[in-house]
Design a protein around this ligand. Structure first.
Ligand SMILES: Nc1ncnc2c1ncn2[C@@H]1O[C@H](COP(=O)(O)OP(=O)(O)OP(=O)(O)O)[C@@H](O)[C@H]1O
Length: 279
């Protein structure tokens, strides 16, 4: 019996669980063959670890491989070399028994289904839970994103921000272990976008879900995240990261605080000059 187990047996005091890696990426590269001939190295030498319950953002110029990273984590793509582990399993193994939630820039709702029908849809397709449980879950997550009154509305009757909230409820409704978000607020106006960031942080705090968030906005990444990984293109790689030194819960006024602005400037410098020191 190890010392920790002896301590627990003797005192009955439970130790905090060891930090668990939700995502563990080692030496990952991804090469695509080009229709015009030859290969294209989209990602090269990626190492990334994300602990359970953390919020990590990926930022970087267009084409640096942010979406490709999400597709590799989800198992929609396989690495050319290196490994991706999700809670200690390959993404395919993990997804055979667990769920991952996706939210994309476009809410991709079914226009002929109501808000409630859209949130129910993936659970119906996957055949998970009983009919009653599915309904309870869909309703609970619509409460969480504050859209319960709109459950009988159709997507065309909602604003862009509301549609995105439906897609967040849909992604969360069957309790995924990981939430992958690809520029989910990119199409929203600035005020709605900031409201959505605050809403997302509230949901993240309530659900404790490990979240990987892709964005072009450094300020959005910093406001939301525990850590921001900075990528560069040609080939796509991680060139640095900033561990956000900001208190939680994050209040809207944080965006104006000197500490926030200082870290934002550091991120911007890293993006402009990949040789900047890592955090
Ligand atoms: N299926 C594919 N076949 C060939 N090349 C691909 C494929 N998917 C992605 N790529 C290439 O991989 C690179 C990274 O693409 P990716 O979409 O991951 O970038 P990104 O950082 O998400 O870009 P953006 O910020 O513009 O959305 C690009 O050069 C792209 O052309």
């Amino acid at each position: 019996m190890g010392a920790a187990h002896q301590f627990v047996a003797a005192t009955g005091v439970k130790l905090l669980p060891e930090r668990e890696l939700a995502i563990d990426i080692r030496g990952l590269s991804k090469t695509f063959s080009l229709p015009a001939g030859g290969n294209w190295t989209a990602l090269q030498g990626i190492d990334l670890q994300v602990e359970r319950g953390k919020f990590l953002s990926l930022v970087g110029p267009s084409g640096c491989g942010k979406s490709t990273m999400l597709r590799l984590i989800s198992g929609l793509l396989s690495p050319t070399s290196g490994t991706v582990n999700v809670f200690g399993q390959s993404p395919e193994q993990f997804r055979s028994k667990n769920r991952m939630g996706f939210v994309f820039q476009d809410a991709t709702l079914l226009p002929w289904r109501t808000v409630l029908g859209n949130v129910l849809f993936p659970m119906e397709i996957l055949g998970v839970y009983t009919r009653k449980e599915r309904l309870e879950r869909a309703e609970a997550y619509l409460e969480l994103v504050r859209l319960h009154e709109f459950r009988k509305s159709y997507p065309a009757q909602l604003s862009g921000g509301m549609r995105q909230r439906v897609s967040i409820a849909r992604a969360l409704a069957d309790s995924p272990a990981i939430l992958l978000m690809d520029e989910p607020f990119g199409a929203l106006d600035e005020i709605t976008r900031q409201d959505m960031q605050e809403e997302l942080l509230r949901i993240w705090a309530e659900t404790g879900i490990t979240t990987i968030f892709v964005t072009h906005s450094l300020s959005e990444a910093l406001f939301l995240s525990d850590e921001v990984a900075v990528m560069q293109a040609r080939p796509g790689r991680i060139t640095g990261s900033v561990v956000a030194d900001l208190p939680r819960p994050r209040e809207p006024s944080l965006r104006l605080k000197p500490n926030f602005v200082e870290q934002l400037m550091r991120l911007e410098a890293m993006l402009r000059d990949p040789d900047q020191q890592k955090s």
